[in-house]
Design a binder for this molecule. Structure first.
Ligand SMILES: *Cc1c(COP(=O)(O)O)cnc(C)c1O
Length: 369
């Protein structure tokens, strides 16, 4: 079924930027620039400078950005890493694949890690904090960095949903030992397949991640330093990402913030729903997602669908209820409640004010009946 308001519109996105995107791709193909060429190096430089770090290392996914960052921080068997359960499963899998134990804590009203709960979760085995900046809002990095300093913990930022988000003017991915980004097509900066990157100010982290993505090999000397992985960001994807980042991305962030403001304005009076208009002057939100919360989630979602509005739910049940993952039951009440109450409304660089109006009217119509 064709939605009147699709959640995102990949075809419209491509049609809008076709000239620049085709130019980037054809440039690589005509020159045979396929693996680790100048396009990737240029994108890494521009990404590092945008985030505000010395280095950025292109990888084939956000998952590998997390896994390699943890490995580079020395996380291994016997270690504990504190993170949230209200996240994409890759955050937690990366910890498990290092042989470490994920210690899951609850989130606050803004869907990010509840800093009041972090200190209580620290044990003698804790080695790192892994805050997730969800939906385009950065975690409270002021408090997280203070706790990390006090207990001498590494900080790895899951910034997969937060490129451009900032705390006190400093961007996501520039606070900790490493920032982890994903360029999955529907992330705020997306490529045409899978992609990711690590940002860091630490030359040792940058080097470890660079070697891990290349099967452990130092390409200058031919020496293998690790049993590594094949996990480089494709050169063609990097060429596309570079065009998007340098020519369009800041405009897209402004657009998303305008769309969010229109949603806020339209929905503020609907008392049955909570809108993601969170307080805090220190926070600059980029609205990867526009998530509302309501007790009538499933009925409202069905009504929106019948009104031609496509929505998504992240996530239908808490990650620990997927028994095969062996996460036990951390009993996190806010996370469990969120899974029953959230809906993500259409939000992208292509979302129009008219579409927002259609969504807002459909929601108001639902509560009038
Ligand atoms: C998308 C995402 C990831 C993983 O990214 P991939 O590129 O799909 O591997 C990790 N964490 C969060 C919060 C994400 O949204």
């Amino acid at each position: 079924m064709a939605y009147k308001v699709p959640f995102v519109d990949a075809r419209k996105h491509y049609a809008t930027y076709k000239k620049e995107i085709d130019g980037a791709i054809i440039g690589c193909l005509e020159n045979g620039d396929l693996i680790y060429r100048q396009q990737l190096k240029t994108f890494e430089e521009n990404l590092a400078s945008f985030v505000g770090t010395k280095y950025a290392v292109g990888l084939n996914s956000g998952y590998h950005a997390l896994h390699f960052s943890l490995l580079a921080a020395g996380i291994g068997p016997g270690d504990e890493v504190i993170t949230v359960a209200h996240t994409f499963v890759a955050t937690i899998s990366a910890i498990v694949h290092c042989g470490a134990k994920p210690v899951l804590v609850d989130v606050g009203r803004d869907y990010n890690i509840n800093c009041d709960l972090v200190e209580k979760a620290i044990t003698s085995k804790t080695k790192a904090l892994l805050p997730v900046h969800l939906n385009g809002r950065i975690s409270d990095m002021g408090r997280i960095m203070k706790i990390a300093e006090k207990y001498k913990l590494a900080v790895i930022e899951d910034s997969a949903q937060a490129l451009g988000a900032a705390f006190d003017g400093k961007r996501a991915g520039s606070f900790g030992a490493a920032g982890c980004f994903s360029f999955y097509p529907f992330k705020i900066l997306g490529c045409f397949g899978d992609g990711g990157a690590v940002t860091t100010n630490d030359p040792a982290v940058a080097r470890a991640v660079s070697l891990l993505r290349f099967n452990g090999e130092d390409r200058e000397t031919g020496e293998y330093h690790y049993h590594g992985y094949t996990a480089l960001l494709d050169n063609v994807q990097a060429a596309v990402l570079n065009v998007k980042l340098t020519r369009f991305f800041p405009k897209w962030v402004e657009h998303r913030r305008k769309v969010a403001a229109l949603y806020h304005e339209g929905l503020r009076g609907v008392k049955q729903i909570q809108i993601p208009d969170f307080p805090g002057k220190s926070f600059h939100d980029v609205f990867q997602n526009y998530v509302i919360r309501t007790a009538d989630r499933d009925a409202l979602r069905a009504h929106l669908k019948s009104s031609g509005v496509e929505t998504l739910v992240h996530w239908m049940k808490p990650v620990w209820e997927h028994k095969a993952l062996g996460l036990g039951n951390p009993a996190l009440p806010e996370t469990a409640a969120i899974c029953k109450e959230v809906i993500s409304l259409p939000m992208s660089a292509e979302t129009t004010p008219e579409q927002v109006e259609t969504v807002v009217n459909a929601i108001k119509d639902f509560y009038k009946r």
